[in-house]
Design a protein. Structure first.
Length: 297
């Protein structure tokens, strides 16, 4: 299949490479020429504009930071809409506000009859590299069924959630749960240390019970090692929580736990830790309590 791919960031670059490995023809564009060059070396072709990416391809995938970037890539001057035909399918794999997904999809359909799926991903850079992302999909079910195998080149779990915007609803729900889960893990480990008990032994004691989770097993060992190398950056989680807050407020729903985690992450950003992994939440508690959960400290 001929596929256009726009956005070669931390997640997008390995996703595009996995499409190449699966045998698809891929044409790429990105603001960073070194990323484009890396994909070309791997077998892709490149285009100077997003409009050019959309010419002569069946599907255009966008993987960009946020709602305004998706709108710009698809609808503004030299955007995908200028090069696409009515038969082009757009799969936006960015994590954005579901309200904006619906608006962008409606504009694409109204202006050129273009179908769009919103298919954000979860799993971070490691799962983007090995092609085992979780992909949450919204849009026309027939279009989803047609391109589910394409998505499976990038993810091990590809789930249809509902109409357009539903993929991003699922992604924001995921990010709300992950933020609160990391937060309470950090709080519990700091509590253990402050009480004079080894947090690593507490972790081993509780991980097999009801408190155990994928998040706990992924993030608590990083906290105990003092490892804040980004798999998923605080800055990106702030973006997702901001979208969750905006979407929830649009339907007059209070989300107090999400709001609290947003404030925690803002404190981290104010300490220049926005580029750290979200397990860095532990340092919020360490500053507040004056103890460190890192082994040997």
């Amino acid at each position: 299949m001929k596929v256009g791919f726009i956005g070669l960031g931390i997640m997008g670059k390995p996703m595009a490479k996995n499409l190449l490995k699966a045998g698809h023809e891929v044409c790429v564009n990105d603001f960073h020429p070194e990323s484009v060059a890396e994909l070309v070396e791997a077998g892709a072709t490149s285009a100077a504009t997003n409009a050019e990416v959309a010419k002569d391809v069946e599907v255009v995938i966008t993987m960009v930071p946020n709602s305004p970037n998706v709108r710009a890539a698809l609808l503004e001057k030299d955007g995908v809409i200028d090069g696409a035909s009515s038969d082009t399918v757009i799969i936006d794999m960015s994590s954005i506000d579901p309200v904006e997904s619906k608006k962008i999809s409606a504009e694409l359909k109204e202006k050129k009859g273009i179908e769009m799926l919103d298919c954000p991903v979860s799993g971070g850079e490691p799962k983007a590299i090995d092609g085992t992302l979780s992909i949450m999909c919204g849009g026309n079910k027939e279009i989803f069924d047609k391109y589910v195998d394409l998505l499976k080149a990038m993810g091990s779990s590809v789930v249809y959630v509902g109409e357009i915007g539903s993929g991003n609803v699922a992604k924001l729900a995921n990010q709300m749960v992950v933020a609160s889960n990391i937060g309470i893990c950090a709080e519990a480990m700091t509590f253990a240390k402050k009480m004079g008990t080894d947090p690593e032994l507490v972790y081993q004691a509780i991980r097999g019970g009801l408190a155990g989770s994928t998040v706990m097993d992924a993030k608590v060992p990083m906290m105990l090692e003092g490892n804040y190398k980004p798999g998923f950056r605080i800055d990106l989680h702030i973006k997702d929580l901001n979208n969750a807050l905006n979407a929830s407020h649009a339907i007059n729903m209070p989300v107090p736990m999400t709001a609290h985690m947003m404030e925690v992450m803002q404190e981290l950003k104010n300490h220049d830790e926005g580029s750290c992994d979200h397990d860095d939440i532990i340092r919020y508690y360490e500053r507040m309590t004056g103890v460190s959960v890192v082994k040997g400290k």
